[in-house]
Design a protein. Sequence first.
Length: 337
Amino acid sequence: MPLVSVLMPCYQAADTLAAAMESLVGQTLPDFEIVAVDDGSSDATWDVLSAFASRDARVRPLRIPHGGIVAALQAGLSHCRGGLVARMDADDVCLPDRLASQAALFANDPGLGVASCRVRFGGCRTASAGYAGYVDWINSLLSHEEMAKARFVEAPLAHPSAMVRADLLRACGGWREGRFPEDYDLWLRLFALGARFAKCPDELLVWNDPPGRLSRTHENYAPEAFYATKADYLAQWLAQSALTWPEVTVWGAGRVARRRAALLGGHGARIVAYVDIDPRKIGNHVHGVPVIGREDLPAPGETFVLSYVGSRGAREEIGEYLAMRGYVEGTDFLHVA
């Protein structure tokens, strides 16, 4: 049995697939297989996979009717034989040491569940400034603690950069179909189950940003889908961890912050106050909830603060202020989005 199974769904990927495959067969780790799933492509995807399989026995292509990425991932997972499953996309490129570096993290830590790596942005930083900024953000999160605290802001790792213990992946049911991003749902589920995450400090994957990327085109990756998914898992976490649950204080009295925070109401949360620094808002009430200044926050332990402010530099400033007041991130407050 191979140590690592690389699981790569492929759909209409003939233009980029050869580069992705070359980057995999050239890995420095010798003990792995590539389970490449052709998700009913009508282009030359299957021909490319077949050509690689004919020259390298580690390549195990699988062809299925088109059913979407979750169906392809689940079909591929059933064919993976390795104790570790590494994700890869057919339009990305691995650096030579990717599999070896991530497998080493598992070898050195038997309790590790998920290992990722820093990624190199493969798009135009000018045309895709938001995506490039997201790459910079996930690259700043290396430890389990950093990723765990940030998980309700956004997915703290890139899906095609991940390697997961196969038994853990199967035990949690793998990827799920639904009106939500399948990767983000998986990470939130694994965090909720207590899995530990790590991230290699090196850039080991070029994460390309083609116009047809699913996260740009599919409704499951729309902002509303992310917010609804986050609210579900955030409410579960708060119910277990926040001493004042179901009462919470929301930092941010603007329309966007209130709309996102309102999703928690469907899970039993009760917002007792909004915090804002705008003197025109302080002292008002929004649907009966008072808007207070930050100086009016009660002592730590008397409320749990959810900061929904995402403007540049705001999270750092709010975090520093709350820390100065004695609030502890993860115990008394969280940054969310």
